[in-house]
Design a protein around this ligand. Sequence first.
Ligand code: THU
Length: 137
Amino acid sequence: MSVEQTLLIAAARTAHDQAYAPYSNFSVGVALLDETGTVHSGCNVENAAYPLGQCAEATAIGNMVMAGGTSIKHLVVLAEANPPCTPCGGCRQKIREFTTAKGIPVTICDPDGNIVLELNSAALLPHSFGPENLEKA
Ligand code: THU
């Protein structure tokens, strides 16, 4: 395993332990690597008004943007993994915003940090719509 992946998994575990998930009791931690090699992480943040809950991916992406990061190079999701916790549909689109159509590696881990699935984000959202669609010729 690369040093980068080990660091991402450790950061995702720490984020998982920060989750605010009193309604689902399903804690999620995400860590991502940006184009400068900086790691950003986030947890899910639920709300008594259930639909307003925020996924861990959104928290991590927001933290990246706040720190000046512009592009995701690798993303780790860590949660109960039976079945593996793949990003929800909305988060697939949020991840796509900061990658290219070619995709980036996505690693899914269980709460102990064991890798249960490795895939490419483009496989999660084929034929995706992204920023390039809005570029003028
Ligand atoms: N959740 C995430 O944070 N990320 C995922 O990839 C899947 C689901 C959260 C949303 C909600 O707080 C809880 O997990 C149960 O759906």
